[in-house]
Design a protein around this ligand. Structure first.
Ligand code: FES
Length: 102
């Protein structure tokens, strides 16, 4: 499975995130309670960039219409209608470097 370089572990603070673009696909990488998680950066509702939302623990609130996503799984926690989950990815750590498997 191809790996994509994200950056150094120290680039992402606890409760924070970064985004990388790979082949036109935007991927969000977050640090939540000491672990790293990666998902698509695009909300499946109407396409907001999720890195512009607010993260509280594992819950990220979409900046446009307020859908709440679980960044550890990509599943929807709350919205007024059904939404497809956002794709999640495996994060691999080697030494101090983060990679995402896509
Ligand atoms: S674009 Fe995310 S809730 Fe509408």
């Amino acid at each position: 499975m191809p790996r994509v370089l994200v950056g150094k572990r120290s680039d992402i603070q606890e409760g924070g995130f970064t985004s990388v673009t790979v082949g036109g696909r935007q991927i969000l990488v977050a640090k939540i309670q000491g672990s790293y998680f990666a998902t698509d950066n695009i909300c499946t509702h109407e396409g907001a960039e999720l890195h512009q939302g607010e993260l509280h623990n594992k819950e990220l609130t979409c900046p446009w219409h307020g859908a709440i996503w679980d960044l550890t799984t990509g599943r929807l926690i709350w919205f007024r209608e059904f939404l497809e989950p956002i794709q999640s990815y495996t994060v691999v750590i080697e030494d101090d470097t983060l990679f995402v498997e896509i």
